[in-house]
Design a binder for this molecule. Structure first.
Ligand code: G3I
Length: 324
């Protein structure tokens, strides 16, 4: 089972995102989620995001956000928490407000201290800042960047550490996608870690979302090279949202084998990198995935099929972990 194999291979966990609505509606799905030997870590797919936790200013709600942490607690699984400062799923009172630096700073600090305070002691890691960089390597033009330039990065990490001052357990992450290709976006993420560190703010980890494409996934050694650029900066790394989509469906038998090799390369690169703590798939079954809603015609990006049967990708991952 994947988490047991991952732990034996030296990782902290192999885990998954869990969609809030499936928790109460799909018992076959939950039987897999609740198997800690298979999935040693969970993360809420949507419930802890700003639009769910602070839909209007100063009014906090944790009904959705508590669903997956409760699962983690019942099963004794690691909980990754996602996410605090992100341009998307950001309520319009934040994204469309016209802010001075001082007011938006106070809004961010209030959000972080409330949400982190609610989950204190429960999260192994928080994605403190998510997706601050555009795919071409420029800074993403969010309300945060418009108001602060890059100063909001250190501001957010400082606020997170302050909220966690009593337990000091928190591993504070920067999290983004398309860092796997070692291009301009990756260079900018390296710069981001430096900016936060130079400002004296605590950043402990970089999350590689790894929303990848079958047949275009970098090799195990290229991926290892990229991970090591970050561990060289004294931060840990993890794959935080792994899925590898077929560009067209149905997938052929050979495409399913390629998908398995691609998954094995990603997981193998984590095993090969001291300081890579774990792998999280962004859902484990093709029954539920954000991919077809965003990339029309693409999908089947996960390791169990729509009937909750293990795919070739599952077997490839188990082999690469067992080989360690
Ligand atoms: O909850 C509402 C429901 O009430 C409504 O009837 C329905 C109609 O569209 O929408 C539901 O909300 C959807 C939500 O998922 C829950 O299913 C949103 O429209 C939809 O936009 C949202 O998509 C999520 C997406 O983030 C939004 O950006 C995906 O589930 C989630 O997997 C995805 O996750 C992100 C990570 O957080 C960050 N990295 C990229 C990753 C994939 O996009």
């Amino acid at each position: 089972q994947l988490n047991s194999l991952a732990v034996a291979a030296g990782l902290k966990y192999f885990g998954t995102a869990v969609g809030e609505s499936a928790v109460s509606s799909d018992s076959a799905y939950m039987a897999i989620v609740n198997n800690k030997n298979e999935l040693g870590q969970v993360v809420a797919e949507n419930g802890q995001k700003w639009d769910a936790t602070e839909p209007s200013r100063g009014s906090f709600s944790y009904t959705q956000g508590d669903i997956v942490p409760k699962v983690a607690k019942a099963n004794g699984q690691y909980l990754r928490c996602h996410t605090l400062v992100w341009y998307s799923q950001l309520p319009s009172w934040v994204s469309s407000g016209s802010w001075t630096r001082a007011t938006l700073q106070s809004v961010i600090e209030t959000h972080i201290s409330n949400v982190m305070g609610h989950y204190i002691g429960q999260c192994y890691a928080w994605d403190v800042v998510n997706e601050a960089i555009a795919d071409d390597g420029t800074w993403r033009d969010s309300v945060f960047y418009k108001t602060f330039g890059t100063d909001y990065l250190a501001l957010a990490f400082n606020a997170a550490k302050k909220a966690d001052a009593n337990t000091k357990l928190l591993v504070a992450y920067y999290n983004d996608y398309n860092l796997e290709y070692n291009g301009a976006k990756t260079d900018r993420a390296v710069e981001l870690v430096g900016i936060v560190q130079k400002a004296g703010a605590p950043i402990d980890g970089v999350g590689f979302q790894a929303h990848l494409i079958v047949g275009s996934t970098p090799s195990r050694s290229s991926l290892t090279t990229v991970l090591k650029r970050f561990t060289a900066l004294n931060v840990e790394v993890a794959y935080t949202e792994l899925d590898i989509r077929h560009s067209s469906l149905p997938a052929s038998a050979s495409a399913l084998v390629t998908q398995g090799n691609d998954f094995a390369n990603v997981v193998g690169s984590c095993v090969d990198t001291t300081g890579c703590v774990g792998v999280t798939v962004w859902g484990f079954t093709d029954k539920y995935s954000w991919v077809p809603n965003t990339f029309s015609g693409a999908g089947d990006a996960l390791i169990y099929d729509k009937n909750l049967v293990k795919k070739a990708a599952w077997t490839s991952i188990s082999s690469v972990l067992a080989a360690k």
